[in-house]
Every structure is written in structure tokens, then in C-alpha cells.
Design a protein around this ligand. Structure first.
Ligand code: PEP
Length: 252
């Protein structure tokens, strides 16, 4: 059976290295007990090197929440995929709505996805509509986001791609999207990928759901939503809740 994948997006939390170490230690201990789940923690850049002392340690993979689209040079304040690769970073979240809203364009996202995949870092590409209405226009919106983000990608690198469907209105909300609608979106995204890359690659590309996932709703989202994984925000920096969530998903 293919392992499920759970990615924790710590966002800009916590504010001290000591607290970051505490969350990391607890997440790693929980991840180490699982049989059916791959866990990825995506802390802020500044903490990653503290967690990557041993590149061979595989019970908890480390990812980042962004990367730049050039390999090196005069780009003050940016971080290159080559630096991340050298450090042992395995995953990068790209195109999160909290970055898009602050000016990240589809074109920048496409360049980031291309360079990261060429560098050998797995990309968790975030897509999601801001609002929904009855005419179903969100489906075209998601299709366009996927197509333009993958515009520059060589099909041979598609094995390192994951898609995270995160309806923007469900991020940081009280409740997740209902699982039946998540299932519809999982199917729709696989269909878009299938039209782009063929059936085999579409089936093997993991589709994750993100948006107000917690230890109470995670199993239901897997079972009814038929997702391959979850992208978890707030609950990933709440060690007791995240431990419960991982245990619940592992036992499905
Ligand atoms: C996110 O920001 O990717 C996210 C899913 O956040 P939350 O789980 O807090 O809604």
C-alpha cells in the first residue's frame, strides 16, 4: 500500500528556536511510530539547518515554505533551491495562497516549480479558489492554476510533484471543506493531470487536501475525500493535536 503523506506548514511560527526544537522533537517522536504515513515538517527557513544535522535521518522529512526561482546570484534575501538541496531539504511548498496574495504570480510559481524539480526537491504545489459559486467557475480556475504552474515542467520530473488543493476560504477557518466535495476535487485534479501527462502519471501524483484539518476531521477526509495526503497548518504546531492526527491517519 502506498504511504499517505502528511505535511505540516508551520508558517511563521514559532518565534523562538527553543520552541521550534520542542515542536520538532515531538513531531519526530510521533512520526517515528508510524507505519503507513510519511511526515514532512515545513518550519520557517531559519530553523531548518538546526533540524538537518543528519541527512540520513528519514523518520521526519524537512521541507520549506518557499524558494527562489534562480539558482544563485545577486538576489538579496532570497534562498536558492541549490542551497536547500545541499542542506538536505526534501520538499518545498510552492504557491501557497498566503504568498500569492502578497504578489507571487503564476509565472513566478512556474519558474520555482521548474527549478526545484530540476534540482531534485519535491514540490508541493498549492492551488485553490478564493470563493465558490453555483456556476462551477472554480473548476476552470483550478485547472488554469495547475496548467500555468506546470507550464515549464519537463514531464520526466513529474514524479516529484504533489498537488495540495487548499480552498482559500477553508484555510484558517473554523471547519474544513466537507469530505464529499473534497472527493470531487481530488477526482477533478487527477483528471486535469491525466489530460496533461497521461493516466499513469496522474494516478501516481499525490493529491493532498489542506484547510482547517485537525485531529478530529483528518480520518474522515482521508476516507471520504479519498486524498493521498494532508497539508496541515495550525494543528502542525500543536504537538498533542498533531500527534493524535498522525496516529488516527496511520490506523486507517
Ligand atoms: C495552510 O495554511 O496551509 C493551512 C492548511 O492552514 P490551516 O490548517 O491552519 O487551515
Amino acid at each position: 500500500m502506498k504511504k499517505k503523506i502528511i505535511v505540516g506548514n508551520w508558517k511563521m511560527n514559532p518565534t523562538t528556536l527553543d520552541e521550534a526544537k520542542r515542536i520538532y522533537k515531538s513531531t519526530k517522536a510521533s512520526a517515528g511510530k508510524l507505519k503507513n504515513v510519511t511526515v514532512v515538517a515545513c518550519p520557517p527557513f531559519i530553523y531548518t539547518s538546526a533540524f538537518l544535522k543528519s541527512k540520513t535521518d528519514s523518520s521526519l522529512a524537512i521541507g520549506v515554505q518557499n524558494a527562489y526561482f534562480e539558482p544563485q546570484g545577486s538576489f538579496t534575501g532570497e534562498i536558492s533551491p541549490l542551497m536547500l538541496k545541499d542542506l538536505g531539504v526534501k520538499y518545498a511548498i510552492i504557491g501557497h495562497s498566503e504568498r500569492r496574495v502578497r504578489g507571487e504570480t503564476d509565472e513566478m510559481i512556474a519558474k520555482k516549480v521548474q527549478l526545484l524539480l530540476e534540482t531534485g526537491i519535491k514540490v508541493i504545489l498549492c492551488v485553490g479558489e478564493k470563493t465558490r459559486n453555483e456556476d462551477g467557475s472554480h473548476l476552470d480556475f483550478i485547472k488554469d492554476q495547475i496548467k500555468s504552474s506546470l507550464d515549464k515542467v519537463n514531464a520526466k520530473n513529474i514524479g516529484n510533484l504533489l498537488i495540495a488543493y487548499e480552498p482559500v476560504w477553508a484555510i484558517g477557518a473554523k471547519e474544513a471543506m466537507d469530505s464529499a466535495s473534497i472527493y470531487e476535487m481530488t477526482l477533478f485534479i487527477k483528471k486535469v493531470l491525466s489530460d496533461l501527462y497521461g493516466h499513469e502519471d496522474a494516478i501516481s501524483t499525490p493529491v493532498l487536501y489542506g484547510g482547517s484539518v485537525n485531529f478530529r476531521n483528518a480520518s474522515e477526509i482521508f476516507i471520504t475525500g479519498k486524498v493521498d495526503g494532508l497539508l496541515v497548518g495550525r494543528e502542525s504546531v500543536n504537538p498533542p493535536g498533531f500527534a493524535e492526527l498522525l496516529k488516527a491517519v496511520d490506523s486507517i
